[in-house]
Design a binder for this molecule. Structure first.
Ligand SMILES: Cc1cc2nc3c(=O)[nH]c(=O)nc-3n(C[C@H](O)[C@H](O)[C@H](O)COP(=O)(O)OP(=O)(O)OC[C@H]3O[C@@H](n4cnc5c(N)ncnc54)[C@H](O)[C@@H]3O)c2cc1C
Ligand code: FES
Length: 259
């Protein structure tokens, strides 16, 4: 983990409220693993005081670049939206526990909205290492515009199964409606998205003995294990306990979490 001053090499305006920033950050790009995140200072002043957490969407070690993809959803992300190519931003990372590498298993990625960026990073990294590995993506959103990185997943040759609440793309309903045919012990599910979705995925995985890891969306103030504000209730050998999303997670084995 380290602090970086990174130049924004490119700002990409995506559909609707989604943006991405390609950062010139060789040390970060070389160290980052899928599922990890960065804490970004969204303005050059101390207002807002707290950095905001964003998953890494891509990291290209040889090129020295890392990319984050964000949704403008409040004050901090609106400020980040003012950043232009050539500006410099201040960030800390890579932080947190990444998704596991799962040799030999068929991979099922389940994501919604801003849960999709870390899953894309996983898919792209795995494609580079093992081009023949079976990877499926089940992606959900309120509407078609929330199915971020759909084209990028398809460019990797990955099977994409979309679901939208309003039926504007793919299955009309929630993404977990699509999960049943992808369950089983020879597969592994990696999921990231809103808590109700993660809970539903975890329950289906447990019932079908499908190995499953989830990346939780706790609010984070420090990202460094200091403020204790991101506690996640978990099972432990001694009964119910808590772990910190920022340092023990954000990726947890699904059966560990007390939903
Ligand atoms: C580990 C981690 C990785 C994340 N990765 C991404 C990412 O890749 N892209 C992205 O756009 N966002 C991501 N988020 C969520 C992102 O951090 C928040 O959207 C952001 O902090 C909101 O800041 P704001 O000041 O704009 O919004 P605020 O004014 O603080 O809140 C506005 C809205 O954002 C929601 N929000 C705030 N924090 C979170 C959170 N932790 N998770 C989900 N919703 C939240 C609030 O409920 C509210 O509806 C991630 C969060 C975590 C914890
Ligand atoms: S965000 Fe501060 S301890 Fe996790």
């Amino acid at each position: 983990m380290r602090a970086h001053r990174a130049e924004v090499q490119e700002r990409r305006d995506r559909k609707g409220p989604y943006r991405s920033l390609v950062l010139d950050a060789p040390a970060l790009a070389g160290a980052a693993r899928p599922g990890q995140f960065v804490m970004v200072r969204v303005s050059e002043t101390t207002d807002p005081l707290l950095r905001r957490p964003f998953s890494l969407f891509r990291a290209d070690g040889p090129a020295g670049t890392a990319e984050i993809l964000f949704r403008i959803s409040g004050r901090g992300t609106s400020m980040l939206d003012r950043v232009q190519s050539g500006d410099t931003i201040d960030l800390v990372g890579p932080l947190g526990r990444p998704f596991p590498s799962l040799p030999g298993q068929e991979i099922v990625l389940v994501g919604g909205g801003v849960g999709l960026p870390p899953l894309f990073f996983y898919a792209e990294s795995l494609r580079r290492l093992e081009p023949a590995r079976n990877i499926h993506v089940l992606m959900g959103g309120r509407t078609k515009g929330d199915l971020v990185a759909w084209e990028e997943f398809e460019r990797l040759g990955i099977d994409v199964q979309p679901a939208t609440d309003d039926g504007s793309a793919g299955h009309a309903g929630v993404v977990t409606d699509l999960l049943q045919p992808f369950l089983g012990p020879s597969r592994a599910i990696l999921a990231c998205g809103p808590t109700p979705m993660l809970r539903a995925v975890s329950e289906m995985a447990a019932r079908s003995n499908t190995p499953c890891w989830v990346s939780v969306e706790e609010r984070m103030a420090c990202g460094l294990g200091v403020c204790m504000g991101c506690a996640v209730p978990v099972r432990s050998d001694h009964g119910p306990s808590y772990r910190l999303a920022c340092t023990d997670g954000p990726v947890f084995e699904a059966r560990e979490v007390l939903w």
